[in-house]
Design a protein around this ligand. Structure first.
Ligand code: NDP
Length: 403
């Protein structure tokens, strides 16, 4: 703006949206590439202080002797690692602390202005952590290394992670980063966006309330079912490198909160019917996601449990069985289907005038299709012919009759 000449007609300087009387700024999807932020927008000394304080708080909560301690799957050397299951406790204690800070006059709405500096600090932290992880992995015994993370190509190994379960004593760095600071941080950033909206508009909008509560439910659900993460690919197969460190600490909290951040400057009005339809989509998605995940976890933990013992199964050469009825008889990844319905329900409250709120659902569809393909290959290698007959019985991967 400062470079424009004084002779330019005023009407050309005003954004098109403002000229036409819209309340929100212009959608910039057609102005590609978008302008990059200035360096000073990426730096605020408060950001690294807040970020490190947040990490330290969650490290302390991880170590507190609350909740049960459980064992992970059997490792290559025959041992099983112990993990504290107190993520949900950490969420509750963080909520109480946050309420205390708010009562003491903390301005959570400042997270809106701090969004970019915090994201930049989180990216810097994930690089530092990844360098530490890469270097320390050279001192790890061979059986502690991830099978896929030791190709000898330093860039690839740095990215994918060399050591499977890097630990400092009882403190498991990968397990710690997977859910706690990033997921709870995402919920707090969302709350900051809601408070910013209240500051600007006087009250929270229905669209913002839907987005924030849907995502809070997702975070609380993940922490409530924290034990289930011990059998996921991230914990069982992948080493801890830049991919997971960046994903957990920077990507999740700062891109998953984009819908709430978008709504601050782009208020949306939802009719009751629209809101009801979106809530219904979320409820359907959550039901499929939770029930299918719980059904498989229950089956893997105790196949004789009454809730799963009557389901039809296929035997495999490994001794494990595969479910072919119930949720896992509908498609081969019903949990991904439910997750994608939920992702769409988070975007719809933001309307259709911009692509940004749909970034998550688009990225997540690509991620889950790729993840499904990766899992499919691992299952084929594990179960061979039994997997082929499962695929014949259940031909669709994620979307019934589509994919
Ligand atoms: P899954 O929970 O889908 O687990 C896949 C494993 O389940 C397979 O390797 C196999 O392992 C077992 N399995 C597959 N088919 C059957 C069957 N028919 N019967 C019994 N067991 C079967 O893995 P993910 O970790 O990918 O997903 C977990 C959840 O996390 C999902 O809901 C997903 O949507 C969500 N997620 C969310 C992300 C986000 O960023 N929001 C990112 C990634 C995942 P085995 O036989 O060895 O037990």
């Amino acid at each position: 703006e400062g470079h424009e000449t004084a002779s330019q007609p005023p009407v050309l300087r005003a954004p098109l949206g403002a000229t036409l009387g819209y309340r929100s700024p212009d959608a910039s999807v057609c102005q590609w590439p978008p302008p990059l932020p200035f360096m000073e927008e990426l730096w605020d000394p408060l950001a690294p202080v807040l970020l490190l304080g947040w990490m330290a708080l969650h490290a302390l909560l991880y170590l507190m002797p609350v909740g049960k301690v459980t064992e992970g799957i059997v490792l290559r050397d025959g041992k099983r690692l112990k993990y504290p299951i107190n993520g949900f406790h950490s969420l509750c204690i963080s909520t109480l602390l946050l309420m205390l800070f708010l009562r003491l006059g903390a301005h959570l709405e400042s997270l809106f202005e701090l969004f970019l500096p915090l994201a930049a600090s989180a990216i810097a932290l994930s690089f530092l952590l990844s360098f530490y992880l890469y270097i320390r992995s050279f001192w790890a015994p061979p059986h502690d290394l991830a099978v896929g993370g030791n190709t000898g190509n330093p860039l690839y190994d740095f990215f994918i992670g060399r050591e499977l379960n890097p630990r400092i004593g009882f403190f498991d760095l990968k397990y710690f980063c997977e859910l706690r600071p990033g997921l709870i941080g995402w919920a707090v950033i969302n709350l900051g966006m809601l408070m910013k909206e209240v500051e600007l508009q006087g009250s929270p909008s229905l669209a913002m309330l839907l987005v924030v509560s849907f995502q809070l439910l997702y975070v609380a659900d993940a922490l409530w079912n924290e034990e289930a993460i011990l059998t996921t690919m991230d914990i069982v197969h992948d080493g801890f490198g830049f991919m997971l460190a960046f994903g957990d600490l920077a990507w999740v909290p700062f891109t998953y909160s984009l819908q709430a951040a978008y709504l601050v400057k782009h208020p949306q009005t939802l009719s009751s019917l629209q809101a009801l339809a979106i809530v219904a989509l979320k409820v359907v998605g959550y039901t499929i996601f939770r029930r299918s995940n719980s059904q498989k976890n229950q089956f893997r933990r105790d196949p004789t449990h009454p809730s799963v013992s009557k389901l039809e199964t296929i035997a495999t050469a490994t001794g494990k069985r595969l479910l072919v009825s119930g949720w896992w008889g509908l498609v081969r990844h019903p949990n991904y289907l439910g997750d994608l319905f939920m992702a769409l329900a988070w975007s719809l409250p933001c309307g259709f005038s911009h692509l940004l709120p749909y970034f998550y659902v688009i990225y997540f569809t690509i991620l889950l299709i790729h993840r499904e393909d990766r899992d499919e290959r691992q299952c084929k290698a594990k179960y061979g012919l039994a997997w082929d007959s499962y695929c014949q019985r259940v031909p669709y991967r994620i979307f019934p009759y589509i994919y």
